[in-house]
Ligand binder design. Structure first.
Ligand code: 13P
Ligand code: SF4
Length: 367
């Protein structure tokens, strides 16, 4: 397929490459050479990015690729990153568990984590010697903000001897107070790996409740919520079902239980993407952050995505210009106090040691 029409879009591109932009001198003008250099990325995103936008993204895509080589850097991107990042510049993509595993394995000198702060912090815990960059350090998470290390210490006093499993969506200080971490794709396995009757599963109340439906272990939850997933309602999903009689609803376990009750499948972001890839339903709704549907739709033009759109404002802080800036300036290097890091790392490594069992590891069909 051809690249966007050069004559009709060159204006949009050149106005974006302004001298006020710190990385302007790194950017190539939109034209045949740049179109050819970024053609591979364009072919991946052409179904989900308007043609007129590509000449705006392309100069950054090319400059980022060059700087990645200069820095011996690898770009890890979460499934919620926008398509021009996810399909345009990322080397490795996935859910939180995959990103942690990939970060542990890379031999690059620099890791640029396109996601939110706790993801970059987890990458740093696993790579204390490497430079780990987050292009915007303000990219937080409502779940990570919902609990502190002091809260965990109080909970331990209240529930003596009960192991603490914390979601990776937490600060390093909270991880340091935990026995083991989990993600939405391995929470059930992590809980069961402890061989106990009762665990504290923190801080996401809805993930904890979902885990409780999948195991006999008693789960004690906290009141943290994801500001993106808590907004979905069962009624909106029922409305979609009425409009599309063969609609498949797949949802992230951070959604409220009454929303998950309406779903055909529940799983982590990668499990949701795999579900669509393997089953290619005619009509699907991914009950999660908006960019997921774009990124999966780019790979599956044959699937119709019904799109309720709840944006994660933290994930959306990461942009191509900020990625380029951080590669050039090595800005936004994540640091974790060593005393905290030693204990937090143990909780993350314990999670990575939990084997993937034959139980549905990354998702479950709802009967
Ligand atoms: P996943 O681990 O499923 O990618 O979820 C991370 C997250 O922040 C979802 O809101
Ligand atoms: Fe945090 Fe929710 Fe954003 Fe995921 S979608 S990073 S849980 S606020």
């Amino acid at each position: 397929m051809s690249s966007p029409d050069i004559s009709s879009v060159s204006k949009a591109s050149s106005s974006h490459v302004s001298p006020s932009n710190g990385s302007a001198s790194e950017l190539l003008e939109w034209g045949p050479a740049l179109a050819a250099a970024t053609h591979d990325a364009w072919t991946r995103v052409q179904d989900v990015i308007p043609e007129v936008e590509w000449p705006v993204h392309a100069p950054y895509v090319e400059a980022i690729r060059r700087w990645k080589e200069r820095r011996n850097a690898v770009i890890l991107a979460h499934n919620y990153q926008t398509p021009e990042i996810f399909h345009g510049v990322a080397d490795l993509t996935g859910d939180s568990l995959a990103l942690a595993r990939l970060a542990a394995e890379t031999d690059a000198d620099v890791i640029v984590l396109c996601g939110v702060h706790f993801m970059a912090e987890t990458a740093k815990l696993l790579n204390p010697e490497k430079t780990v960059l987050i292009p915007d350090a303000r990219a937080g998470c409502s779940l990570a903000d919902s609990i502190t290390a002091a809260d965990i210490r109080l909970l331990r006093e209240r529930y003596p001897g009960v192991p603490v499993v914390t979601y990776v969506n937490t600060s390093a200080e909270v991880k340091a107070e935990s026995d083991v971490c989990c993600t939405s794709s391995n929470a059930v396995q992590v809980v069961e790996s402890l061989g106990v009757d009762r665990v504290l599963c923190l801080p996401d109340e809805y993930l904890a409740k979902w885990v409780a439906t999948q195991t006999d272990v008693e789960i004690i939850a906290w009141k943290g919520h994801c500001e993106v997933h808590e907004r979905f309602t069962p009624q909106e999903l029922r409305d979609y079902r009425e409009r599309f009689d063969d609609l498949v609803i797949i949802a992230h376990p951070e959604c409220p239980p009454e929303v998950l009750d309406e779903a055909d499948f529940v799983g982590s972001t990668s499990a949701m993407a795999n579900y669509v890839g393997e089953r290619t339903p005619r009509n699907v709704v991914m009950v999660t952050e908006c960019s997921m549907s774009d990124n999966v739709a780019a790979l599956h033009p044959e699937v119709n995505f019904v799109r309720p759109c709840n944006l994660c404002p933290h994930m959306k802080r990461i942009t191509l210009p900020k990625i380029l800036e951080s590669l050039i300036r090595l800005d936004g290097a994540v640091e974790v106090d060593e005393a905290v890091a030693v204990r937090a790392r143990r909780a993350v490594e314990r999670m990575l040691d939990v084997p993937v069992s034959s139980k549905p590891s990354v998702g479950a069909l709802v009967s």
